[in-house]
Design a protein around this ligand. Structure first.
Ligand SMILES: NC(=O)c1ccc[n+]([C@@H]2O[C@H](COP(=O)([O-])OP(=O)(O)OC[C@H]3O[C@@H](n4cnc5c(N)ncnc54)[C@H](O)[C@@H]3O)[C@@H](O)[C@H]2O)c1
Length: 324
């Protein structure tokens, strides 16, 4: 199978690259290395089935060339991370909307199927017990850059769905809920690598707001095989699938557990949202997935516990960084 992974030098994309190469795919990664890195692809780059193309998904001609003659595409390239989105709203909007449109067009032209990575962020402030894929989206003001990621990914989904309905493009959408694991960087505001890194360094763990906001974390290697199963299931085309962890935990409890498990001397400091992200920042109190659809269609069942996630991330942050 000839596969393109946009954003393949990123956190999830690099794990997907390894997984597909091990299955015998020929994998081409297209990535502009903005938040990803070649170090993430260290274990893949000498594989005979691997090709790396450094470039931008906003370069429509390049996207067409890379996807031409390919069987399928996993579209993971995006401007990701709260800091990046809040600090660079225009660049994020362009990448996440126009870049996706370029990928959709190229897939249609090449006759390639597509798996589109979307996000639980699209549900916004909906604090339901268990968000199904049909749940309402409750977003803040369109003028708050914090919501542009959710807005752009929502447009991506609508675009993808229209390409499926009007042109028959074989496209499935996955909505990832806080996926974590080795190679995720804390640089752009990702909470688990940040807290674990602070605990390992003996620095105060910075928890934003009152820390009572909850999330459901899933481990990257629980998620990656499911991406492939969904991509290979024709019944998935035209649909969206939640993929999230099953244990709801507050960020304050996550910080406490991190300190305990890593036997860290660190204290926990609450930082107001305004200080962390600027005035008027809004967050969601709760984000709980209903994974029934992905469970029924492809057997998605995350098994890695929060404790295991903390320990695995700590192990990866303690390991020496490979030289590129
Ligand atoms: N990690 C999560 O918890 C999570 C949650 C929801 C959705 N997602 C989605 O999953 C996908 C992968 O996220 P990730 O966590 O691996 O983030 P990441 O930042 O590690 O990966 C994104 C990759 O895209 C590349 N990229 C960014 N802009 C690009 C451009 N214009 N052209 C080419 N490449 C570009 C980056 O260099 C990076 O390698 C994204 O689409 C993201 O929206 C992730």
């Amino acid at each position: 199978m000839k596969t393109v992974i946009t954003g393949g030098a990123g956190f999830i994309g690099s794990h997907l690259t390894e997984y597909l190469l091990a299955r015998g795919d020929q994998v081409t990664v297209l990535d502009n290395l903005s938040t990803g890195s070649l170090a993430n692809l260290e274990s893949s780059r000498d594989h005979p089935g691997f090709t790396f193309v450094e470039g931008d998904i906003l370069d429509r001609q390049l996207v067409r060339e890379v996807i031409s003659g390919q069987d399928r595409v996993f579209h993971l390239a995006a401007a990701v991370g709260v800091h990046l989105i809040v600090d660079h709203p225009l660049e994020s909007l362009r990448t996440n909307i126009h870049g996706t449109e370029a990928v959709l067009d190229a897939c249609l032209e090449a006759g390639a199927s597509l798996l589109l990575a979307s996000t639980s962020e699209i549900y916004g402030k909906n604090a339901s017990d268990a968000l199904t894929e049909e749940a309402d989206r409750i977003l803040g003001s369109a003028l708050k850059s914090r919501w542009t990621y959710a807005a752009a990914k929502g447009i991506d989904e609508a675009f993808a769905h229209a390409y499926w309905r009007e042109f028959g493009l074989e496209v499935a959408i996955i909505r990832l809920f806080n996926t974590v694991g080795p190679r995720q960087t804390g640089r752009y505001g990702m909470v688990v690598p940040n807290l674990v890194g602070q605990a390992l360094r003996g620095q105060p763990l910075t928890v934003f707001g009152d820390g009572l906001q909850t999330r459901c974390f899933s481990y990257v290697t629980d998620v990656v095989p499911t991406l492939v199963r969904i991509a290979e299931e024709p019944k998935a085309y035209g649909q969206a699938f939640n993929l999230g962890g099953m244990t709801e935990i507050s960020i304050l409890d996550l910080a406490k557990r991190t300190v305990e498990l890593l036997d860290s001397p660190s204290e926990i400091t609450l930082v107001p949202y305004d200080v962390a992200y600027g005035e008027g920042y809004e967050d969601m109190r709760r984000r709980v997935p209903d994974n029934t659809r992905s469970g029924e269609l492809v057997g998605f069942k995350p098994t890695t516990t929060v404790d295991e996630i903390i320990l695995k991330v700590a192990e990866s942050l303690s390991a020496p960084v490979p030289v590129t």
